[in-house]
Design a binder for this molecule. Structure first.
Ligand code: PFF
Length: 451
């Protein structure tokens, strides 16, 4: 491997950094509200099955592509087959779209953390607190900038000293906090009904949308189809076990999502007197409903503070992976130094992110296909580009480059235990599922179906 690119120091460093990318706002905020909305236990069951089948297939493919070529997405696809260089370009657009708005939400988390630390819990629980905050001009932009600078400082320090070191410290803390808060929440009086709703699959709640929503969430949560796992794979050493590492990343990601559900669903159940409506509030669940829950809870100030520390860590490690991917694309493509690339990316993120942030206030008159700026960027990246990139990845590797390229890379570290299963998943099952996700997302956006 080219030394200039840097690499993770060892197996654990790689797993923690990749898990750091995967575990983020998607796990702590999006997963619980989707689980609540789409049937509780049944969603959880479907998600788990998809994680070990679809998620595994896509993740091992991306990491193997990165490690095999030692390049980020653009170069990697081109190196494997010139005709598919464009897939790399498409994949690279995604993190450039996501990073700015992800950091805007990161800024909101910083603001909430500060509010909780300074003891203003009841203010945060007020009805108009969130809307009042995001519709302002200056404040959200300032907190967003703080979040971006924190992220950039880690990225500028490099792969081993920055990205890996941050993950080594933040990830174990994150696991402890998640388990700790979940344990506290499920032992509150009245939490049992919420725990049951979340854990026991109710088959009458099953529908096609349960599967599609779970699939969409899976890709987002595991940072797939955005070139991120390819970039991280390119930093992975040849002697580290690929198949096993992928399993560990998946377990990490899924376990955190699981515990996030366990802390949020029962708490909201207690707070709302068992009303499932309160759970399906979507984006506002974390910033409007949860502060109310904490305000009503004994020790809520402390638990809330710890909760937002947790969310901040998770958001930071994911933002680091996003920015690192952008930086690595510029370095590979233009031959720039890490420092120069990081500064350019930071300036780009600051400008676009500030516009997105203002999209809730002074620029709220701007809407595209009926969506505000943040929702529009989210829709284009997650609902359109991501499935397209994933479909092209499966088809190009499955039928042109051939699965053997991936299997050989995996087998550098011993036998690939599920090779047959992997090949069938990659060539046939994954593309069909992905096409369905794409159709689902487009139909939903066009208002053809209502979910
Ligand atoms: N996987 C992260 C999460 O679950 O929050 C979010 C994310 C990180 C999405 C990096 C996309 C990405 F490129």
């Amino acid at each position: 491997m080219d030394r200039k690119r840097g690499s993770f120091s060892g197996k654990m460093g790689f797993v923690l950094a990749a898990a750091g990318s995967a575990v983020g706002l998607g796990n702590l905020w999006r997963f619980p509200y989707l689980a609540a909305k789409y049937g509780g236990g049944i969603f959880l069951l479907v998600y788990l099955i998809l994680a070990v089948t679809l998620g595994f297939t896509l993740m091992i493919t991306e990491i193997a592509i990165g490690r095999k070529t030692g390049l980020s997405a653009i170069g990697a696809f081109k190196a494997l087959d010139k005709r598919f260089g464009f897939v790399g370009y498409l994949a690279c657009i995604v993190p450039f779209i996501i990073t700015p708005y992800y950091c805007v939400i990161g800024g909101w988390v910083v603001k909430y953390l500060i509010t909780f630390v300074t003891g203003n819990v009841s203010a945060a629980a007020g009805d108009d607190y969130f809307t009042g905050f995001i519709t302002e001009a200056a404040q959200p932009v300032i907190w967003f900038a703080v979040f971006v600078v924190l992220t950039a400082l880690v990225v500028i320090a490099g792969v081993e000293k920055g990205v890996e070191k941050a993950s080594r410290i933040l990830m174990p803390v994150l696991v402890l906090l998640t388990i700790g808060i979940a344990a506290f929440c499920i032992t509150r009086p009245g939490a049992g009904a919420g725990v049951r709703y979340y854990l026991l699959p109710e088959f009458s709640n099953f529908s096609a949308t349960t599967v599609l929503a779970a699939m969409g969430q899976l890709f987002y949560s595991m940072s797939l189809a955005m070139g991120i796992m390819i970039t991280y794979g390119s930093y992975m050493k040849k002697e580290n076990p690929l198949e096993k590492s992928v399993r560990q990343i998946e377990i990490f990601d899924t376990a955190i999502a699981f515990f996030a559900g366990l802390m949020i669903i029962p708490s909201v159940f207690v707070f709302s007197g068992g009303n499932e409506e309160a759970l399906s509030k979507g984006p506002s669940l974390m910033f409007i409903t949860l502060p109310k829950v904490f305000d009503n809870m004994k020790l809520g100030g402390i638990i809330g503070t710890v909760f937002f520390v947790l969310v901040l860590f998770a958001a930071l490690t994911s933002a680091i992976s996003l920015m690192e991917t952008n930086v690595s694309i510029l370095r590979d493509k233009l031959g720039w130094e890490r420092k120069k690339s990081t500064i350019v990316v930071t300036v780009y993120v600051l400008i676009i992110g500030a516009i997105v942030s203002l999209g809730f206030g002074p620029l709220s008159f701007i809407t595209i296909i009926g969506l505000g700026l943040l929702d529009f960027f989210d829709f284009i990246s997650n609902s359109i580009l991501m499935p397209i990139v994933a479909i092209l990845t499966c088809v190009s590797i499955g039928f042109f480059i051939k699965p053997k390229a991936i299997c050989d890379e995996v087998e550098l570290n011993g036998p690939f235990k599920v090779k047959k299963f992997y090949t069938i998943m990659l060539k046939w099952i994954a593309p069909v599922c992905l096409i369905l996700i794409l159709l689902f997302a487009v139909s939903e956006a066009l208002g053809l179906i209502k979910v």
